[in-house]
Design a protein. Structure first.
Lengths: 421, 137
């Protein structure tokens, strides 16, 4: 089916201004995707303001010069700089200046200066069943799965173009028939104590992503709601190990009151029965570092830490001084709360480095350690950091619970508590 | 050897040495946007440079930043002479669509069945504005 545009849409596309450029970009994408039409959207979350090179800055500035403004609520994902000045980003000129110009251009386009990969915890929560255009893989999967709003994975350029025209191509996960599960991921063979532990969800997410890839699955066998931060960790890990854009958890996520309600057919195409051995293997697979006596740093907050996660961090540190820094990545929404309570100062006095507006795997923040120093060992409780840190930072990774990350940071050497699946 | 292909993104006719990839590639993390060199150490064509070549892509692995890398290659004058895709990849090709909107000269992208790729391996290939793919003599 070929794309058909309304008269209004055609008129906008014929204009020589920023909105015309945005409409042509959305329409050309729709044509390549095979979408029959464009549909209105309620909001966007924009990943395009992270600097990858000068061309992206010039594109955003051309939209600004063309008088473009976003037509719907648009939050911004992380940028390459910590504009709050909490941490020092080692990005050099001229890249630093271009990254700043890019962030400034997106502000001028009318985007909210949220600078977070967890917009859904910063007050941006589209309604169940609404169509939106979100970027950033963890935000996309949370939006689809936990909120039940409908989005595909919108990448650089298309996200802001959709925001300006308030429309998106009608295809993929915008269509209800494409949101139904074909696979069952059954965790009933795992102990309830494991499922209640913090490491369960990032580890299961990593396994889920590897097992289902870009297919849609439903997790069965979860008896208690694991909490929003656990679902955030599950989705982020699944979206980094596979191309997961939507998952369901029977009895937990809004489109899956029970397994049968969300299956595409009478029977699933496959059932993945998760065993404690599969979990142990997935957990081990999140670490890349060889046995080591020391660690160089801990990084947490991918996705960005919530206030509840800062509460846990503070409780676990319990006023002790850290031997190696904990890089705690978060957004302004959580930082504001920390400042109000005077907690930021206490955490920083312990040796926590708060990173706002950005994160340690997208821009250089952690010290560069050469091969003579073994390239450094980073401990993390994030399945997503575990996936991206080795390639993006050069640090080898050890995966552990938040409690073990904190104990290890206090001692400067890795500590692991056994949690059996 | 000549085949007519479908135009995915129009552009100007081009000629270049064929580079036929034997595995799908992720542009983000897989291709250096400054040099056009295939940087993914696990890719069979690791170390080859895609700039100025007629690039045959059997498949792409869709990072949502692939478009940014392709546009950066165009902006740096390091883009392929033409792209020949087995199937359209909207995210990758968005890099060309946006670059064209920026007024930069972009290579054309066409669709051709990957079974036909082998005939062009190692040859100097011409892609006409009408999308005909021929071996130049």
């Amino acid at each position: 089916m070929s794309l058909s545009l309304s008269q209004d849409e055609q008129a906008i596309a014929a204009k020589q201004d920023g909105a015309g450029m945005a409409m042509r970009i959305v329409a050309e994408s729709a044509r390549l995707l095979g979408a029959p039409r464009l549909i209105p959207i309620a909001s966007t979350h924009i990943d395009g303001a992270l600097y990858h090179g000068d061309s992206g800055t010039l594109f955003a500035e051309k939209l600004v010069q063309g008088g473009a403004k976003v037509a719907v609520r648009s939050t911004l994902n992380v940028g390459a700089l910590d504009l709050m000045g909490c941490s020092r980003v080692r990005l050099e000129e001229p890249q630093r200046g271009m990254a700043r110009r890019m962030m400034e251009a997106y502000r001028k386009l009318g985007c909210e200066q949220s600078w977070t990969c967890a917009p859904y915890q910063a007050g941006h929560r589209p309604a169940l069943g609404s169509d939106v255009a979100w970027g950033e893989s963890n935000a996309v999967v949370f939006c689809n799965s936990v909120l039940g709003a409908r989005t595909n994975r919108y990448g650089d350029f298309l996200d802001i173009a959709c925001a300006i025209v308030g429309r998106a191509p009608d295809y993929g996960l915008h269509r209800p028939e494409n949101r139904r599960a074909r696979l069952v991921f059954d965790v009933s063979g795992l102990s309830s104590s494991f499922l209640a532990s913090e490491i369960a969800w990032p580890v299961l997410g990593s396994l889920y992503g590897r097992e289902v890839g870009n297919a849609i699955g439903v997790v069965a066998g979860v008896t208690a709601h694991p909490g929003e931060d656990a679902l955030k960790a599950f989705g982020a890990a699944a979206a980094s190990s596979g191309a997961v854009g939507l998952f369901h958890i029977a009895g937990v996520t809004p489109e899956a009151p029970h397994v049968e309600a969300i299956l595409a057919g009478p029977e699933p195409e496959a059932v993945i029965r998760v065993t404690p051995e599969m979990v142990a293997k997935a957990r081990a697979g999140l670490s890349t570092a060889a046995a080591t006596e020391t660690i160089d740093a801990v990084a947490i907050g991918s996705p960005h830490l919530s206030n509840a996660e800062f509460d846990s961090l503070e409780r676990l540190i319990a006023g002790r001084r850290l031997a190696v820094p904990i890089y705690a990545c978060t957004g302004r929404h959580a930082l504001a709360q920390l400042e109000r309570d005077g907690r930021r100062k206490r955490l920083e006095a312990s040796g926590v480095v708060i990173v706002a507006d950005t994160c340690v795997v997208v821009t250089p923040i952690m010290p560069e350690l050469g091969p003579e120093l073994g390239n450094g060992v980073l401990m993390t409780n994030s399945g997503k950091f575990a996936h991206y840190a080795p390639g993006n930072t050069g640090y080898a990774v050890l995966y552990a619970s938040l409690a073990d990350c904190v104990e290890s940071a206090v001692l400067g050497k890795p500590v692991f508590t056994d949690i059996a699946a | 050897m000549s085949a007519a292909a479908e135009i995915l993104v129009p552009g100007k006719a081009a000629e270049g040495e064929a580079l036929v990839l034997t595995a799908p590639i992720s542009f983000w993390g897989g291709v250096d946007p400054k040099t056009g060199r295939i940087a993914d150490v696990r890719h069979p064509q690791h170390g080859e440079v895609i700039s100025g070549r007629v690039l045959f892509l059997p498949g792409t692995i869709g990072s949502s930043s692939a478009s940014a890398v392709l546009m950066e290659l165009v902006h740096n004058g390091r883009a392929p002479a033409a792209l020949v895709l087995h199937e359209p990849d909207a995210i990758l090709l968005l890099g060309l669509i946006v670059a064209r909107e920026m007024g930069w000269e972009t290579p054309m992208a066409i669709r051709l069945e990957r079974g036909a790729f082998d005939a062009y391996r190692g040859a100097a290939v011409r892609v006409g504005a009408d999308s005909a793919v021929t071996i130049a003599v």
